[in-house]
Design a binder for this molecule. Structure first.
Ligand SMILES: [Mg+2]
Length: 376
């Protein structure tokens, strides 16, 4: 007899987590704390699943808006929904509420978590099964004080952590070139170095800056110019040896179709919070695979639940082959809601073995570790 149940109860939490290092991103510089929305869903037979919406106000939206979307607009659709019919609920939510992909992604995560726990399968199993058990982990070089990051690298590289992504276009160009020189000088080819401009450059004059940084042999250059400048991105992709990766220019499948049509990038950053869910991310990657663009597991400011979902997604999606930047729980958040963090080992995220998202959260761990700003 197959398992079947419906959603009986949901609880929504707006939480704030302190962070232990400042992050200089060029836009939306983060210091002090980050806010997220957590969703607890309970099935009629008592299985609990968790989801997380982690918007970032300069990128996709606000946590307060995600909280309201879940509380006011999506709650009536979620309550009573058959848990096995995840795709149907996603379609109904899209019809009833425009945007708010982060809130919808939280619902999908929680339902898949329940479905996995009910059947003994992981979310990666539900998404087609694993193609990888560990994912290369990228740490972002984004401390306002580069010497602090350099000290971190000196500890991390010998421990096997080799992937680093520097946030560029933030400090004066000459200073950033000196930082690149320092990193290549000290670590040579032992590090896999990537650059992320977070849209910092203008098309006018960008090529010269990109040629300068190209000399340091990065693996890719992420989003050098604002989201809409696809022709400029195409120009860089054609002119430079280094692949260009689209992040802000590629939220979802509609964006990706345009990126492919205009040959505006060589790779894409995939974020559950941009495209609005795990299944949508897999649909996106189907297009990217067809066009020959590998994916990279990007983040906004997710905590352990959303990163567990991202880990399960990458485990089950062959095309997301450029690693991930899920470094927040081990390196940045001082506290989180998981009872045990997802393991990291020798510069990799280890895909958890348990059912569902493979994590455990309890009322006690939530209350003990996160500051709850609102709950409904
Ligand atoms: Mg980015």
């Amino acid at each position: 007899m197959s398992w079947d149940s419906v959603v009986e109860r949901i609880r929504i939490f707006l939480v704030e987590s302190p962070i232990k290092m400042a992050r200089l991103q060029g836009v939306g510089n983060v210091k002090g704390s980050v806010k997220r929305v957590l969703l607890e869903v309970t099935s009629a037979d008592g299985i609990v699943g968790w989801g997380e919406a982690a918007p970032w106000e300069v990128f996709t939206g606000t946590p307060e808006a995600a909280f309201s979307a879940l509380d006011i607009y999506l709650r009536p659709l979620i309550l009573g929904a058959p848990i096995k019919r995840v795709r149907e609920l996603m379609a109904r939510m899209d019809k009833m509420l425009v945007g708010h992909g982060e809130a919808k992604a939280a619902v999908e995560m929680a339902l898949l978590d329940i479905l996995g726990k009910a059947t003994g399968l992981s979310v990666a199993d539900l998404l087609g099964g694993r193609v990888r058990d560990r994912i290369p982990l990228s740490f972002s070089i984004a401390d306002p004080d580069f010497d602090a990051d350099l000290e971190r690298m000196r500890a991390m590289v010998p421990a096997g952590h080799t992937v680093f992504k520097m946030k560029t276009g933030v400090k004066p160009h000459a200073e950033e070139l000196r930082i690149l020189e320092t990193m290549r000088g000290e670590f040579g080819e032992r590090i896999d170095l990537r650059l992320d401009f977070n849209q910092a450059l203008t098309p006018f004059g960008a090529m010269k800056i990109l040629r300068d940084v190209d000399a340091f042999r990065p693996t890719f250059i992420e989003q050098p110019v604002p989201r809409r400048h696809l022709d400029a991105m195409a120009g860089f992709a054609a002119a430079l040896d280094t692949p260009i990766l689209a992040d802000e220019s590629c939220f979802d499948a509609v964006d990706l179709m345009e990126v492919v049509r205009r040959q505006a990038a060589d790779a894409i950053s995939v974020k559950i919070m941009k495209c609005g869910g795990l299944m949508k991310a897999q649909s996106l990657m189907a297009i990217a695979d067809t066009a020959g663009l590998p994916g990279y597991g990007g983040t906004l400011w997710e905590g352990g639940i959303a990163l567990a979902a991202g880990t399960q997604l990458i485990a089950a999606t062959p095309g997301i082959s450029l690693g991930c930047e899920f470094y927040m729980p081990h390196h940045v958040l001082t506290e989180d809601v998981l009872e045990e963090r997802i393991a990291n080992s020798a510069g990799h995220v280890i895909v958890p073995d348990g059912p569902g998202l493979g994590i455990s959260i309890s009322e006690a761990s939530l209350r003990g570790n996160a500051k709850i700003l609102a709950e409904r």
